[in-house]
Design a protein around this ligand. Structure first.
Ligand code: SAM
Length: 332
């Protein structure tokens, strides 16, 4: 059995985004439906043992990076223990975290000591009222305290992710960049994606990568130094900002298909393996690890699943395929 996970398009899958809970303390309007709240029992969610076994099997198949996400991962009881368990698995070299940072101040130091070296923080506005509106109740001051906690704990790099939305927060593109520069951290603007009914409804606020880049250019001009993309970055749209410790970039799932460099799959909190963000199909790894199957039999299930990974997402032509699953369940 090979120790590399290759799909039929020759892409090596070495990165898992693992959602550890469906619950979130924020309810960003573009991410989760107003009515949608998770209703799963404890036994529906992958246990520590399930997670450890699944990630160990993936590591034996060549996966080296596991990003913890959610829902809001810091709401999962035992998140530090999960970080530690995953970090201790042979072959796992990188365990970053995606969080809204509301609780990060409290957790940053413990997480860092247990192998979470870097973090992505979602923050779509630094204006308290607007932030509250977007997140339906969130407190941007707590998020900023969380970012400061991550800086103090020594996490690096720290990246803020901003979903850019016309008429919502597009007036803050420049101030979000200045905020990142002031903190010495990185900023990425994300095109809003039509995932789940909330995401599909938000497409009327879509701003293209081109428009965002124009704004960044106007604001920073000659200070932008193009960064060479890593193998999995897709098109080159990340820049170092001269004279600062920060970088700025745009993540554009719609303007650009960077699917040819896709190296990832997702696992939901309920243990479903999702091969592509733009596809409704999934395979239950929870059922697999809770059955009598051996590790080798589960490896074969994973290898067969990876073989079905689609060549690219089809957001524009087949939105119906992805309208049922909310982004908050998939983990972004
Ligand atoms: N709670 C964590 C956080 O806030 O980062 C992790 C989960 S959240 C679903 C992950 C990311 O998905 C966030 O950066 C969020 O802004 C992004 N996201 C959610 N819905 C989206 C959409 N429709 N289009 C683009 N990004 C989206």
């Amino acid at each position: 059995m090979s120790n590399k996970l290759l799909d039929k398009f020759g892409r090596e899958i070495n990165y898992i985004r693992l959602s550890v809970t469906e619950h979130c303390n924020y309810r960003c309007f573009y991410c989760r439906d107003d009515e949608h709240s998770p209703n799963c029992k404890r036994e529906d969610i992958l246990s520590y043992e399930d997670i450890q076994r699944i990630i160990k099997i993936f590591a034996e198949l060549g996966v080296s990076k596991v990003r913890l996400t959610g829902g809001e991962p810091l709401l999962r009881r035992g998140i530090v223990k999960i970080a530690q368990l995953i970090n201790n698995i042979d072959g796992i070299k990188d365990v970053p975290l995606s969080t809204n940072a509301h609780l990060l101040e409290k957790f940053a130091d413990k997480l860092h000591k247990n192998g979470i070296n870097r973090v992505n923080v979602s923050i779509d506005s630094i204006t308290p009222d607007k932030f509250k509106e977007i997140t339906r109740g969130g407190d941007v001051n707590e998020v900023i305290k969380g970012i400061d906690g991550a800086i103090a704990a020594g996490m690096h790099p720290i990246k803020i992710n901003v979903v850019a939305m016309r008429g919502v927060n597009d007036d803050e593109i420049e101030s979000m960049i200045d905020f990142a520069i002031e903190k010495g951290i990185d900023v990425r603007f994300i095109e809003t994606m039509p995932i789940g009914s909330a995401g599909i409804e938000n497409q009327s606020q879509y701003i293209s990568e081109r428009d965002i880049l124009d704004r960044i250019n106007k604001h920073l001009g000659a200070k932008l130094i193009k960064l060479t993309p890593s193998k999995t970055d897709g098109p080159a749209n990340n820049f170092k900002i001269k004279g600062t410790n920060s970088t700025v970039g745009v993540i554009s799932a719609l303007s650009n298909h960077f699917c040819q460099t896709c190296n990832r799959v997702r696992i939901t909190a309920k243990g479903d393996l999702i091969l592509c963000l733009g596809q409704e199909d999934s395979i239950s790894l929870k059922d697999a690890v809770r059955s009598n199957l051996s590790d080798n039999e589960i490896k074969q299930i994973i290898i067969d699943a990876i073989d079905k990974k689609p060549e690219k997402h089809e957001f524009n032509s087949s939105m119906d395929n992805i309208s049922n699953r909310q982004m908050a369940e998939i983990g972004g």
